[in-house]
Design a protein around this ligand. Structure first.
Ligand SMILES: *Cc1c(COP(=O)(O)O)cnc(C)c1O
Length: 436
């Protein structure tokens, strides 16, 4: 079928029946009441019921507009309802939506090649596609076990503060006790080392019985905490010497979030060369610009060969629509020079935040930003933000995280910065009221 026919079909689909024929309009409170009765309670009460988005803006069921500075937790890289991504997804779905992994499709192959190119992976490197960050890390966990089991290396290392996902394998890699404890026993062999402590890493690797070390270049969920300077470089050297894989989780930091395709080279430091790449990289969040997709990139032929035929699988992983969404995302980031824009807007935003009264510390890179408040009033600030039309996130009691769409405009960033002193004052006021 030629492209014109494909587009005509997509067009037809777009003007036909839509979701409003399936789901009728209710107010926010009505939806929330129905939510409480029908959805499992794992997320608590949702903050709002969102019905529509465009660029960095979203609207709730009651018609209120918000500037989305969280971007679906670093997912909506190109914002909401991006026209090119929408049209590519629609036309792919109208052409071929799903095939199972007994088959492949052009978008799957093209995306794998594109990711290997962006990562600057050497020949022999390959990609496994999943549907989420946790699933990408599950695949990486199996990669680590395959390596460890073949060499008599039972231990796997991760760091305190790490977040790698909520499924059982990924949860074993995640550090937070409150997430882990209720679900033990978890897959065995994982140890968490003190964050940024090279002496601890060196001694953990001394017996050459470690299969892999999992690291995030910048820990996102704990409040945007980059590895200290020199740590990643030393970790690369130490794992190589000990015969352990270095597996880097770029689920949150990858795909332009920090103003580069990966955060690894920047956090590695000056003089980074492709030979310094880790042994595997996991990607997800921003990759499909909101369409679910995850990926494990095996760097080099040896690591890529660890998972052979029958070793792993996924029914949905790498399907034509998800891989088309990712190709559209990568193409748009490239063709619009978005990486440079993210670097400069991120730098300006961090500088302005650092100069804002009530802000104690600013961390991060590009448009992954964490800032600490003088007082533990972040939850109240999130509420004040919503009331004023801003979506931000508090990963810790005194910390606000921003991970807006990469297409955020300077004017939108300035709009938030102008409102922030009032939001901080309001949060302090609310917290004081609650305390007295
Ligand atoms: C979000 C996240 C995950 C988990 O991704 P899901 O898609 O929620 O399963 C894993 N690692 C990191 C670093 C993340 O930020």
């Amino acid at each position: 079928m030629n492209a014109t026919v494909t587009n005509a079909i997509a067009q037809q689909a777009l003007v036909g029946p839509d979701v409003s024929d399936l789901v009728h309009e209710f107010s926010g409170p009505q939806w929330l009441e129905r939510y409480q009765k029908s959805l499992m309670g794992v997320f608590g009460t949702p903050q709002r019921v969102l019905v529509r988005g465009a660029g960095a803006l979203v609207w709730d069921a009651d018609g209120k507009e918000y500037l989305d500075l969280l971007g679906g937790i670093a997912v909506n890289a190109l914002g909401h309802a991006h026209p090119f991504v929408t049209s590519v997804i629609s036309s792919q779905l109208a052409t071929l939506g799903h095939v199972s992994n007994f088959f492949t499709s052009p978008t799957q192959v093209a995306l794998a090649e594109k990711l290997l190119e962006l990562v600057q992976a050497p020949g022999g490197s390959t990609v496994f596609f999943a549907n989420s960050g946790a699933e990408a890390n599950e695949a990486a966990f199996k990669l680590a076990r395959a390596h460890g089991n073949s060499q008599g290396k039972p231990r796997i290392l991760a760091l305190e503060g790490a977040f790698h996902g909520r499924t059982m394998g990924a949860l074993a890699l995640t550090a937070k006790e409150a997430y882990r404890k209720p679900f033990e026993p978890l897959p065995a062999g994982v140890e968490h080392l003190p964050f940024g402590d090279l002496t601890a890493l060196e001694s953990a690797l001394a017996d050459r019985d470690v299969a892999a070390l999992f690291l995030e270049p910048i820990q996102g969920e704990i409040g945007v905490r980059p590895l200290p300077p020199g740590y990643l470089r030393a970790a690369r050297e130490l794992t190589r010497k000990a015969g352990a894989l270095l597996i880097v989780d770029e689920v949150q930091t990858g795909i332009g979030r920090t103003g580069n395709w990966l955060a690894y080279p920047e956090i590695f430091g000056a003089g980074f060369k492709p030979a310094d790449l880790p042994d595997a990289i996991t990607l997800a969040k921003g990759l499909g610009s909101g369409f679910p997709i995850g990926a494990l990139v095996g760097i080099g032929a040896e690591v890529s060969g660890l998972l052979g035929a029958g070793a792993h699988g996924s029914t949905f992983g790498g399907n034509p629509v998800a891989t088309a969404a990712a190709l559209a995302t990568l193409h748009t980031i490239e063709s619009t020079g978005l990486l440079g824009a993210v670097r400069s807007l991120g730098a300006a935003l961090r500088e302005a935040l650092a100069g804002t009264a009530g802000v104690a510390e600013v961390r991060g890179s590009g448009l992954l930003i964490g800032f600490d408040l003088d007082a533990p009033v972040a939850a109240a600030l999130v509420q004040a933000g919503l009331a004023a039309g801003f979506i931000v996130n508090s990963p810790a009691p005194a910390t606000i995280r921003l991970a807006p769409p990469l297409i955020l405009s300077r004017a939108q960033a300035e709009h938030f910065l102008a409102a922030l002193p009032e939001l901080i004052a309001s949060a302090n006021h609310t917290a004081k009221g609650a305390a007295s």
